[in-house]
Design a protein around this ligand. Structure first.
Ligand SMILES: Cc1cc2nc3c(=O)[nH]c(=O)nc-3n(C[C@H](O)[C@H](O)[C@H](O)COP(=O)(O)OP(=O)(O)OC[C@H]3O[C@@H](n4cnc5c(N)ncnc54)[C@H](O)[C@@H]3O)c2cc1C
Length: 396
């Protein structure tokens, strides 16, 4: 069987649905394919989303998919010293704790209402190439082989993306640039519903642990481990169990869901387009390298991808040269911060518990609302001059 579309989008996560929506609005024929039987399920996310980021994705808050609204974040040192960050200072993951399964379904519905078609239980298994251009997707729909011919293919197939690799785009990530995550949806715990919590240090080697509250007795409690630091299979779950046990307010709780997944925390990759192909979201490794949060960045990239793909369809130019406008567009907005955060992540992954304790303690002494990296360094210098050398390269 064969189908013909202007654009085929592989993957119905936020990146895929938002890209499809923007393209479909122009009247182009778009098909989204999703390998799972249900969009958004099972959830593989901490469900943290910041309010400012939502607007950058071109979305408005909607009670349908908001579980809880938080006022800020607690950053917790290994010795328990807690830094309180009010909303606005708290970075990419704070604002809402969402219902990610419903969020993804709402975005897919928006794309469908804009005119996009969708096929679930449909896996991309390869690409169709014609005269040096990617010209569609080889797929399997409920066991049946299917060719989907398209002028442009959008690879929005998430962390495990294959579409880019099939098209000869290098999306490989080093083990030190991947967090392997394990998370429980925990009930029967005690947690302040106004704050998301980030735990630093050896509880989660190379990354961090988190607790994002859904209400005062329920939260997503999880952690990531830098893959390069994992010694044996099953370690992320073992670390999470040890972490939960170590926290009095969590240890009495019960997990009602186990969630495992991975995120890339790499520097921006070299290329995200080719002739007839565009990669968006986790497939393009657009995740924030410090937090591992990727929903907002995928939404920002999706809008740019949509705009450039409409131009390509209008001008009938599907070349990498034209599609590079997308590449330039997302890099202009995201690249500097991604690169800076990747450098910071590299440094943070090397710090000892003692150093984390000292840093958090030093920050407590400055007015956090006004903090800049320079002020932070000054504060650390006053208390722990020996630490400043460690961070010099981040400030140049
Ligand atoms: C444990 C964990 C916690 C996280 N917590 C947060 C958080 O709190 N906040 C945040 O912002 N980000 C978080 N992230 C990252 C976030 O989930 C991703 O950045 C986000 O989902 C990226 O969206 P996407 O559309 O690019 O990819 P995805 O949401 O992964 O969507 C990709 C889709 O493609 C489909 N697919 C894959 N291969 C194929 C194929 N061959 N054929 C058809 N379909 C295919 C998949 O089934 C999936 O539906 C977390 C990730 C993990 C693993």
């Amino acid at each position: 069987m064969a189908l013909d579309y202007d654009v085929v989008v592989v993957g119905c996560g936020p990146a895929g649905s938002l890209t499809a929506k923007h393209i479909a609005k122009s009247g182009a024929n778009v098909l989204m394919i999703e390998k799972r039987a249900e969009v958004g399920s099972p959830i593989r996310c901490g469900e943290g989303l910041d309010k400012g980021g939502l607007a950058k994705m071109g979305l408005k808050p909607d009670k349908k998919w908001i579980s809880n609204e938080v006022k800020g974040a607690h950053v917790i040192a290994p010795n328990g010293t807690t830094l309180e960050l009010k909303e606005g200072m708290a970075g990419n993951e704070v604002g809402f704790v969402i219902k990610r399964d419903i969020f993804d379904k709402v975005l897919a519905k928006q794309a469908i209402l804009a005119g996009a078609d969708i096929m679930i239980r449909t896996s991309a298994i390869g690409i169709i190439e014609k005269e040096g251009y990617i010209a569609g997707i080889k797929a399997k729909h409920m066991g049946e082989r299917l060719d989907i011919n398209a002028k442009i293919v959008v690879g929005a197939d998430g962390f495990e993306s294959q579409v880019g690799r099939w098209a000869g785009i290098d999306t490989t990530v080093k083990p030190k640039d991947v967090y392997s995550c394990f998370q429980y949806d925990m009930i029967g715990i005690d947690i302040d519903p106004d704050f998301s919590n980030f735990y630093l240090g050896s509880c989660a080697p190379g990354a961090y642990a988190w607790a994002f509250p859904k209400n005062e007795h329920r939260a997503n409690v999880g952690l990531g481990l830098q893959v390069a630091k994992i010694k044996k299979k099953g370690e992320p779950k073992q670390y999470l169990d040890a972490f939960v046990k170590s926290q009095k307010n969590f240890s009495k709780g019960t997990p009602i869901a186990h969630i495992a997944g991975a995120v890339s925390v790499c520097a921006p990759i070299e290329r995200t387009v080719g002739n007839g192909i565009v990669l968006v979201g986790d497939a393009a490794r657009q995740i924030d390298p410090i937090t591992g949060g990727g929903i907002v960045n995928s939404g920002i990239a999706a809008q740019i991808a949509g705009k450039v793909i409409i131009e390509a369809l209008e001008t009938k130019d599907f070349s990498a040269e034209l599609l590079t406008k997308y590449e330039k567009g997302w890099r202009e907005i995201l690249e500097d911060k991604m690169y800076r955060n990747w450098m910071a992540k590299e440094k943070l992954a090397t710090l000892s518990d003692d150093t984390f304790n000292k840093i958090i303690e030093a920050i407590l002494d400055v007015q956090v609302e006004k903090i800049t990296s320079l002020e932070l360094m000054k504060a650390i210098k006053v208390k722990y001059p020996e630490l400043v050398k460690e961070f010099e390269d981040l400030l140049t």
